[in-house]
Design a binder for this molecule. Structure first.
Ligand code: NAD
Ligand code: UFG
Length: 352
């Protein structure tokens, strides 16, 4: 089979860098475009190191998707078999305060990408959607048929892009599109060389726990202890980022199915874990105590969210392999080797 070339937008980021590595190890050629707004070129360097003899199969362009001319140039220089589109801003709280920044970056960037793809005859796409589109689900597990809603501008950009994808497929049936709804990606590559490196104070549970463990933050606030769950704290479906990355390879394979149109798949484990259970697993993996402060609920948070995994298992032939102990082990391995992520103590609080 001929070697496939994939364009990965946002490939220097957390999920993107892990996916690029799995692509290289799987024999793909990869072109990454990223404006490095929330990432570091060091991630690309480390991916190359981990890719061994496949390291020559990656090229990187620092560009913003909204720079149509720069994107055009990349598409003119190579023919892509498919695009995996990760690039976007993702901080829920920030999106509430700066909605226009989110609509501009996520929507305009995506529309320009799709226009340039269409102009160059590349109509195969895997898009990073999110379990956030299920809002506060009335029941669990969440199946792909659940009603969709958005609780904040970030979530609305995901929902709008999903709708754009359905519309362009309805208009032109040669498009083949897979929308992947991620649940809660955590952990890092087992080498400890690449992992999540959020700018500023982390919003998400595990990056926060990690920074408490390495002494960068004093305590973890547990948001809500009165949910109707086993221990009163919120329940989520945490998924190892390497499993998630492999889900993208499965989605790329599915794009070769002549019957695929615009399809959506959950990527989760199907298992729910509470905040306190996750903290305990991390304490065991790291042998560090995480001091906790119990506080009120975070506005907008759902009580219990976890995935129905049947559709991805059946149609993508993909299933998550790792459990929370492996997620915490690999997250700690990354954190202990890189307490300041890809940066240093001096530039760790750099903000957008
Ligand atoms: P990330 O911030 O680490 O990666 C996103 C990358 O996109 C960054 O490297 C950033 O610099 C780049 N980028 C942003 N806007 C760009 C633009 N206009 N042009 C070029 N590059 C741009 O985030 P991540 O956790 O790796 O998430 C990847 C995707 O998955 C995002 O679309 C995110 O919304 C989605 N997602 C993430 C989660 C999660 O919890 N991490 C959950 C569900 C969905
Ligand atoms: N939590 C705390 N303390 C913290 C951070 C989080 O107790 O400092 C709790 C939350 O209340 C929640 C759980 O930990 O119960 C997980 O919270 P995260 O912020 O890590 O994840 P969310 O499920 O709230 O949201 C994340 C992303 C969304 C995405 C969603 C599903 O932020 O963008 O996962 O993929 F849509």
């Amino acid at each position: 089979m001929a070697v496939k070339t994939v364009l990965v937008t946002g490939g220097a980021g957390y999920i993107g860098s892990h996916t690029v590595l799995q692509l290289l190890l799987g024999g793909y050629k990869v072109v990454v475009v990223d404006n490095l707004d929330n990432s570091s070129e060091t991630a690309i360097k480390r991916v190359k190191e981990l890719a061994g003899k496949s390291k020559s199969n990656i090229s990187f362009y620092k560009l913003d998707l909204r720079d149509r001319a720069a994107l055009e140039k990349v598409f003119s220089s190579k023919k892509f078999d498919a695009v995996i589109h990760f690039a976007g801003l993702k901080a829920v709280g920030e999106s509430v305060h700066k909605p226009l920044v989110y609509y501009d970056n996520n929507l305009i960037g995506t529309i320009i990408l799709f226009e340039v793809m269409a102009a160059h005859g590349c109509k195969k796409l895997v898009f990073s959607s999110s379990a956030t589109v299920y809002g506060w689900p009335k029941e669990v597990p969440c199946t792909e048929e659940f009603p969709l809603s958005a609780a904040n501008p970030y979530g609305r950009t995901k929902l709008i892009i999903e709708e754009i994808c359905r519309d362009i497929y309805n208009a032109e049936s040669e498009w083949k599109i897979i929308l992947l709804r991620y649940f809660n990606p955590v952990g890092a590559h087992p080498s400890g060389s690449i992992g999540e490196d959020p700018r500023g104070i982390p919003n998400n549970l595990m990056p926060f726990v990690q920074q408490v463990a390495v002494g960068r933050l004093p305590t973890l606030k547990v948001f809500g202890t009165d949910y109707k769950t086993r221990d009163g704290t919120g329940i989520r479906d945490y998924i190892h980022v390497v499993d998630l990355a492999d889900g993208h390879i499965a989605a790329l394979n599915k794009l070769d199915d002549p019957n695929i149109g615009c399809e959506v798949y959950n990527l989760g484990t199907g298992k729910g874990t509470s905040v306190l259970e996750m903290v305990k697993a991390f304490e065991q993996a790291s042998e560090k105590k995480i001091p906790l402060v119990m506080v009120g609920r975070r506005p907008g948070d759902a009580e219990i969210v976890y995935a129905s995994t049947g559709k991805a298992a059946k149609e993508l032939n993909w299933k998550a392999k790792y459990g929370i102990d492996e997620m915490c082990r690999d997250q700690w391995n990354w954190a202990s080797k890189n307490p300041y992520g890809y940066g240093s103590a001096e530039n760790s609080s750099k903000k957008r």
